[in-house]
Design a protein around this ligand. Structure first.
Ligand SMILES: Cc1cc2nc3c(=O)[nH]c(=O)nc-3n(C[C@H](O)[C@H](O)[C@H](O)COP(=O)(O)OP(=O)(O)OC[C@H]3O[C@@H](n4cnc5c(N)ncnc54)[C@H](O)[C@@H]3O)c2cc1C
Length: 409
């Protein structure tokens, strides 16, 4: 049976960055599994632009050399902010080739634990024994489908993550549900590709990020803006500076942590989307009462008494973290992880209640704050993991915590 010191499940931004950091430790055998950037490549729509700003879209690496600027120079391409999805995917692949050679793209079918460590069963039947396991498997398992749509086929109601190519809806009538970036950007892309699209959302107003007020502040009041907004690009004025410091956030009373999280990751759209949605009808303060098939179409009833019969409903209803939904975790192992509403309770080094089992990315939001929902969180999590795995000395060589803001700024 193959053995390694550390196994990492996931080759998105979090898994790649964690691998690059852990591989700086001499003698540590780190084995990483997963298809690189697969979620970005397959579960986000063609033509998408990243919501996060330039500095916040860089994947952390231990030498701070695998930046998007370095990628552009190496590949002789040019792009700017907002970063186009295709370029970001290519950047991720380039990052992987530079810092994670020998990546094993096979899928992990099952993980069990015993006194010796973690037993990973691969899709082809091979087994690997790892002393430590880092789960960086993303949010693909956590898609949220409202109960009204539970029994409807995907041909009538599908989640935004099920689409790479939205042009297939050209000439059709589509109702998009939600007021977050996924819903709003999908609606814009549908509209631009000739779909008759309408948005319905429970929210009473759309929150635009980096809209007029924020842009004016950033250009006109440079220093004040820098004081209010951290380069991590997560959270509103003032709160942005607090959540950019996960070490600080996790020492706060639980009620304040929850408030910071709710304020920072409420549904919102990038300001640059507003103009693209000018001709798309948006119904706010409405919810879905029922949905039923009518021949090859779907009839939806709203709480204002109105009805729509359309070709398709696109659910921009987001994701709800629940690590027990990672189908590769054996039920016994998943149930033994201490959790709160699906989030694992993590201590320093992103370690769960099961010794040497770590979770990175969105599952870490409850313990380390909203930064962990975004690529920028890699700048904190990879270092904290390294510090935990290799000891304080190694962790201190790459700084943890406060300097994150200075580095990105
Ligand atoms: C539409 C949309 C737009 C977004 N835009 C932004 C943005 O602009 N900026 C931003 O910072 N964030 C954005 N996000 C959030 C983004 O998803 C996360 O920041 C990022 O993907 C987190 O990276 P990750 O490494 O945790 O997960 P992922 O990128 O999802 O990577 C998961 C990895 O795990 C692997 N994996 C899963 N299961 C297994 C298994 N059983 N065996 C082996 N490998 C496995 C996958 O193959 C993949 O390699 C967006 C999300 C969505 C849905």
């Amino acid at each position: 049976m193959a053995k390694c010191d550390v196994a990492i499940i996931g080759a998105g931004p979090y898994g790649l960055s964690a691998t690059a950091h852990l591989r700086t430790v001499k003698g540590l055998d780190v084995h990483t599994f997963g298809e690189p950037m697969s979620f970005w490549e397959r579960n986000m729509p063609k033509g998408m632009l990243l919501r996060s700003g330039w500095a916040a879209s860089q994947i952390a690496d231990p030498n701070q050399s695998l930046t998007m600027e370095a990628y552009q120079a190496a590949s002789r391409t040019h792009f700017s902010s907002p970063v186009p999805l295709d370029h970001f995917v290519e950047y991720g692949h380039w990052y992987q080739r530079q810092s994670v050679p020998g990546l094993d793209s096979r899928k992990i079918a099952r993980v069990e634990s015993d006194s010796k460590g973690f037993r990973l069963m691969l899709q082809d039947g091979e087994t690997v024994l790892a002393g430590r396991l880092v789960v960086a498997a993303g949010i693909g398992s956590f898609t949220w489908r409202p109960p009204e749509f539970a029994s409807l086929p995907c041909s009538l109601a599908s989640h935004t993550s099920e689409h790479r190519e939205l042009r297939r809806f050209a000439g059709k009538q589509v109702l998009v549900i939600g007021s977050g970036q996924s819903a709003l950007e999908s609606a814009a892309l549908l509209h631009e590709s000739g779909t008759e699209v309408e948005i319905v959302a429970r929210a009473r107003q759309i929150r635009w990020l980096g809209g007029l007020v924020s842009r004016t502040m950033q250009h006109g009041l440079g220093t004040i803006s820098k004081l209010l907004y951290a380069p991590t690009d997560v959270g509103p004025a003032g709160i942005s500076q607090v959540v950019a410091r996960p070490d600080f956030v996790r020492r706060m009373p639980r009620s304040i942590q929850d408030w910071l999280r709710n304020r920072s990751i409420r549904p919102a759209g990038a300001g640059w989307l507003a103009a693209r949605l000018q001709n798309v009808p948006i119904n706010l303060g409405r919810s879905i009462v029922s949905a039923a098939p009518v021949g090859e179409r779907i009839r939806v009833q709203l709480n204002d008494g109105s009805e729509r019969t359309i070709d398709h409903v696109l659910l921009g209803t987001g994701y709800r973290v629940d690590v027990s939904k990672y189908d590769f975790l054996a039920p016994k192992l998943a149930q033994s992880i201490s959790r709160f509403q699906g989030y694992p309770r993590l201590r320093g080094g992103f370690e769960s209640s099961i010794p040497r089992l770590h979770f990175l990315g969105a599952p870490a939001i409850w313990s380390f704050g909203p930064l962990m929902q975004f690529v920028v969180g890699t700048h904190y999590s990879s270092r904290a993991l390294l510090r935990c795995v290799a000891g304080k000395a190694a962790g201190d060589r790459v700084r943890v915590g406060e300097p994150l803001v200075a580095e990105l700024g």
